[in-house]
Ligand binder design. Structure first.
Ligand code: JFZ
Length: 441
């Protein structure tokens, strides 16, 4: 049946049922499918705050006044910044997209903007636009670039009335909120018209003034008009709203709410993402050496995928533009693991068995990937997989994995665990599409 031009399609390609207030054009549905296939992204928190080596909230935490922070910004000069080197690292790591802070809560723009001289090109001796250089390198490498954009602003005088994180930092006790919203929309228009194809905008900071008139419809409409395939990724820790394309969970697997500030609600309609620090800091923190092991990071990547979610893993580059060896070593190790096991991650969806203490499952069509992260027994009992098992084998080495299947499920005889393998991946070929788990998409 020929579909009328402009028919809205579901993620599976069928005509989309009308969703109240949120009809999604086919090109954005395709972008959502791409996002769900991508599975692994690199988060980059980098800005003037990196100079103090105490994380990206240092302006707030140390109550630095606007005038003093503006002086600090005049000294920012990341002369060793090399976009090609960052992208090469991202490629080695196996990430499919990069999300970088274009403007964090400190209000300093890490890109050339006509809306304010308070930007890296006009305000600092660096004079270059690192986002321009990174966009060019990403496009050349086939890596999508997303821009983190903070709605919260500790610098702009029109961010008034102040929000939850306000302190007396020298701004006037007045301002025009509509001017601030127009300022944000003008900057977003610059990011969406001057840097080529943009994967999307990763919003953050609405939580500072949750009841403010953010005029999201006009902002989201602007984004989708300028780049129809650009995704809106809001870090508001709430249920997705019309116009939003991804539900992202900060420092959490979907629904876990272990961080205490995410919603436990998990959308069944939009792609999912977990954002995660490698240590305990988003921005460069010179004393934070509490880095997660590669085994733990592989576990997060696997458990995110088992929830049908991406992992957006963070680095906080140093003020000179280099990335610390603790970050680069882990990214290289993750890339090596993905070189050997990536087929069980990329392009998959949540498997028929929701994540368990022992691990998780992912699926692609008739194939179920059983990720055994932590299981001491030689036998692993699984519930029914939604289709009969035709064969089972180890992803690495292709060695057969004996299985016994009954109406109660299938038991796998596992290969022995090894210290250097964080995830024993068992490929289970079934006789028909493996039914998704409660959140399969
Ligand atoms: C936010 C930012 O504040 C942070 O700097 C980083 O960019 C992260 C990815 O996103 O983190 C938050 C935001 C709000 C809360 C906690 C962490 N909150 O409301 O508890």
């Amino acid at each position: 049946m020929a579909l009328a031009a402009g028919t809205l399609l579901t993620a599976g390609g069928a005509p989309a049922a009308a969703q109240a207030g949120d009809s999604v054009p086919g090109e954005r549905l395709a972008a959502r499918r791409w996002f769900s296939d991508a599975k692994f992204g690199l988060f980059v928190h980098w800005g003037v705050y990196s100079q103090l080596g105490a994380g990206e909230w240092v302006m707030h935490n140390r109550k630095i006044g606007v005038a003093d922070y503006e002086w600090l910004a005049t000294t920012f000069n990341p002369t060793k910044f090399d976009a090609a080197a960052w992208v090469a690292l991202a490629q080695r790591a196996g990430v499919r997209y990069i999300t970088i802070t274009s403007r964090h809560h400190d209000g300093f723009s890490m890109f050339k903007t006509a809306q304010t001289p308070y930007n890296i090109v006009d305000w600092t001796p660096f004079r270059r636009d690192p986002l321009r250089e990174l966009a060019d390198a990403c496009h050349a490498a086939g890596i999508k670039l997303f821009f983190y954009y903070s709605q919260l602003d500790w610098h702009h005088p029109d961010y008034w009335p102040r929000g939850r994180t306000a302190w007396d930092n020298g701004r006037p006790d007045r301002g025009d909120w509509s001017h601030y919203v127009a300022f944000m929309n003008s900057q977003l228009a610059e990011l969406l018209t001057r840097y080529g194809d943009v994967g999307g905008i990763w919003f953050d900071g609405m939580w500072d003034k949750p009841d403010a008139p953010w005029q999201l419809d006009s902002t989201y409409g602007l984004i989708h008009r300028l780049q129809p395939a650009a995704l809106v990724v809001p870090n508001h820790h709430q249920r997705p709203r019309p116009g939003e394309d991804v539900q992202t969970f900060e420092q959490d697997l979907p629904g876990a709410n272990s961080a205490g500030f995410n919603t436990s609600y998990v959308s069944g309609d939009v792609p999912l993402e977990t954002s995660l620090t490698m240590n305990g800091s988003w921005g460069f923190n010179i004393t934070d050496k509490d880095f997660k092991s590669v085994r733990t990071l592989v576990g997060y990547l696997v458990r995110a995928a088992g929830n049908g979610a991406n992992l957006l893993l963070n680095v906080g580059p140093r003020p000179d533009g280099t990335i610390s060896p603790e970050f680069t070593a882990r990214l290289d190790s993750l890339g090596a693991w993905l070189n050997a096991n990536g087929t069980a991650i990329y392009g998959t969806r949540a498997g028929p068995v929701p994540p368990r203490s022992w691990g998780a499952t992912t699926r692609r069509g008739d194939t179920v990937f059983v990720h055994v992260l932590d299981w001491p027994d030689p036998l692993l009992p699984l519930p029914p997989l939604g289709a009969r098992v035709r064969s089972a084998y180890q992803l690495r080495g292709r060695g057969a994995v004996p299985d016994v299947e009954t109406a109660a499920g299938v038991t796998l005889a596992l290969p022995p665990a090894s210290a250097d393998e964080p995830d024993r991946v068992i490929v289970v070929v079934t006789g028909g599409n493996a039914a998704p788990n409660r959140r399969g998409r």
